[in-house]
Write a protein that binds this ligand. Structure first.
Ligand SMILES: C[S@@+](CC[C@H](N)C(=O)[O-])C[C@H]1O[C@@H](n2cnc3c(N)ncnc32)[C@H](O)[C@@H]1O
Length: 366
């Protein structure tokens, strides 16, 4: 094996590279980075080929902030013959473990966009050939490893696989969502993606439902509130701007023209706090921790805006502000941070309280 391939948002390669180097170092695995600016991927080549699987198993994909996918790479093939790419690819894949699915991909980016059609077309004959060789299950099986071919041009590709339970299940690591035409802003997709990324379907059914109370800080014009309202929640929106009339007409929304940093909820037992204020990330981090420590909310999803250069370092500092405050207060929690497909220069964070919250058992007490 050669190394670990990560997909990321184009422009965030440095942050993704810093993160994988940190994680690998913590596992005493060493290697070097191969990447290009705006390429949408980072490759971490291990000095010792035996370390690759250790990394792919040892790094928790869900805890990576800037990676959209994590692939253990067997090899990189270049100058594939145009008249028969399949034979050398099959040769390279023959001794891999049995795969349950195949993704022929390319990193996200303007340069690689034209390759997408090729990837789609090439999937069909390659899938057939792999099945014939008995290295791909006849029926798709997502409980097994998934093969990834990541083409950089139509003759060069990384070949590897992702591990079940430790990967993004979506093609190219991208969650495609349809923009709901009634939503007042495209931002709505950020919260929708966050909910699908951070909570399982069962968790959403139990913890994100009709009749609950939510606060939306920096709510205008209402894209995030739309997600809460359509779920049947009652929402207090805090922002000096104007909320979409359609949301106000729902009867589920109260608008407070106040500063989100000074706002105190009338009810001190809010189910969800969401926050998309464009503000310094350290200030937002402190505010989110305050709400959780005061017991004003059980669960929160918020964005940290990262317009600076060293985004990985900033994100780590911001998260540490929160975890230090929660730990000092003896609070048990679960935290996940990700740069989602619909996030721009920002990341999304989800924190839920664990244990006995207002007399109800939540999650698994650690
Ligand atoms: C990115 S927009 C929010 C978009 C919103 N989530 C949506 O989906 O429509 C950021 C909002 O934060 C608000 N904001 C910034 N600082 C604020 C503060 N201190 N208190 C309340 N709102 C604030 C701005 O007025 C702006 O409407």
């Amino acid at each position: 094996m050669l190394g670990i391939l990560l997909y990321c948002r184009p422009g965030f390669e440095n942050d993704c590279a810093n993160e994988i180097q940190d994680k690998a170092g913590a596992l005493n695995v060493f290697g070097f980075i191969k990447t290009q600016r705006q390429s949408g991927y980072v490759f971490y080549q291990c000095y010792n080929p035996e370390d690759v699987l250790e990394l792919a198993k040892g790094i928790d994909y869900s805890q990576l902030i800037f990676a959209r996918q994590m692939i253990a790479v067997k090899t990189f093939l270049k100058a594939l013959p145009l008249q028969d790419r399949i034979t050398p690819i099959l040769d390279a894949m023959r001794d891999l473990p049995m795969g349950g699915d195949l993704y022929v991909e390319t990193p996200e980016g303007d340069e690689t966009k034209p390759l997408l059609t090729f990837c789609r077309k090439f999937t069909v004959p390659l899938r057939q050939a792999l099945k014939k060789q008995n290295i791909l299950t006849a029926k798709e099986n997502r409980k097994k490893i998934c093969y990834h071919l990541c083409f950089l041009d139509n003759q060069s590709t990384y070949i590897g696989y992702s591990l079940p339970q430790n990967r993004n299940e979506q093609y190219m690591g991208i969650m495609r969502l349809r923009f709901p035409s009634e939503a007042p802003s495209r931002s709505t997709l950020k919260l929708e993606e966050a909910l699908h990324t951070f909570l399982t379907a069962e968790e959403r059914e139990e913890r994100f439902k009709s009749g609950m109370h939510a606060v939306d800080l920096g709510a205008c014009p209402g894209g995030w509130t739309y997600q809460l309202v359509r779920q049947g929640m009652f929402v207090s929106c805090v922002d000096n701007g104007a909320m979409a009339q359609s949301l106000m007409d729902s009867g589920q929304v109260k608008h407070f023209m106040e500063d989100g940093f000074k706002f105190e909820p009338e009810r001190k037992n809010i189910d969800w706090l969401v926050c998309d204020m464009i503000e310094k990330p350290k200030r937002v981090a402190q505010l989110m921790a305050k709400w959780l420590v005061e017991g004003w909310c059980k669960e929160t999803i918020f964005n940290l805006k990262l317009p600076m250069k060293k985004r990985y370092q900033e994100a780590q500092q911001d998260i540490k502000i929160i975890t230090d405050i929660l730990e000092d207060a003896g609070i048990k929690y679960q935290l996940q941070a990700k740069q989602l497909y619909h996030d721009r220069e920002e990341i999304s964070v989800h924190i839920s309280l664990l244990g006995n919250v207002w007399g109800k058992q939540i999650g698994h007490d650690q």
